[in-house]
Design a protein around this ligand. Sequence first.
Ligand code: ACO
Length: 322
Amino acid sequence: MKSVKLIATNHAVPARVVTNDDLTAWLDTSDEWITTRTGIKQRHVSTGENTAALALAASRPALEAAGWDPESLDLIIVATMTPDDYMPSTAAQVQGALGASRAVAFDLSAACSGFVYALTVARQMLAAPGCRRALVIGAEVMSKVLDWQDRSTAVLFGDGAGAALLEATAEDHLWVSRLATFGDQGHDLTAGKTTVTAALPHPVSDLAPLTMDGRSTYRFATHQVPASIQDTLAAAGISPDEVDHYLLHQANARIVRQVAKRLDQPLEKFPLNIARYGNTAAASEPILLDEQIKAGAIKRGDLLVLSGFGGGLTTASIVMQY
Ligand code: ACO
């Protein structure tokens, strides 16, 4: 095996749409504030479907499009920061529901960088003999970890899932990634903190909602995302000008514009769909990737950069040939 090839993609979102105006029913916010500060106009919000269900809804049509029997999968990775359960993993639930009985399945937690982390891990695992086909999913139900009364975070996120099928190939497909973790800054973005309080007759535990230092995260993203992309391109021996599409994590349209400026690349190379989905964390890049492929904007042979950042803190970039 020389490399891996991206065979098919798909995405799924809950049917319910919550607009910025809808949020003003209970939050002191406005469409104008949210639009100008973030580029978000609406987000999809679960009406009960959990992360594994969205992951499955994204995956099944991708498998059908590729003509792959779930039994032919060797590996399933679900990148998520919002699993259904601590145990079993979301990936194990997807594996069971698909009947992909030969596949090893596990979750990967790297917040919004999760999809690129998962692509990177899948690439390594597909290098092993006997491992040929992988299903890599980014899936989130962010709505269940939000404090819906906190206007500084509730307006930013949405739910969704994106799936990609990868296959080991003897062809020479460019596929280089760089991952980084900044654990000393982890306090800037947290969700689901568990606290265990010593009490009798047994400890009491609780889950805390998402918290974010918005300004600090903004600074982190506008500096570390360009650095991550530059590192990755240097490792691949590719110049920024040679890249056809930069698919960036959709956290804030202003961040995307800043990154384009720092890389000295035209904005047309940086598609945006944040207006319709908000920040769907690990699902953000596979949803954008799928939309761009289905719209015909991304064609076979194009050079793509996928780059994410988020909780951890983490960054992750990959340059690949589609
Ligand atoms: N509606 C109206 N006003 C608001 C809202 C809201 N929804 N939220 C905050 N405000 C107010 C604040 O209270 C503040 O008011 P004050 O000046 O009276 O104190 C004012 O708006 C400005 O607030 P800032 O936080 O300074 O606004 P800023 O321009 O920094 O934008 C934002 C905030 C959009 C969150 C920005 O900082 C940002 O995008 N940060 C990065 C977020 C990000 O990338 N997160 C990634 C998460 S990835 C993951 O792993 C989960």
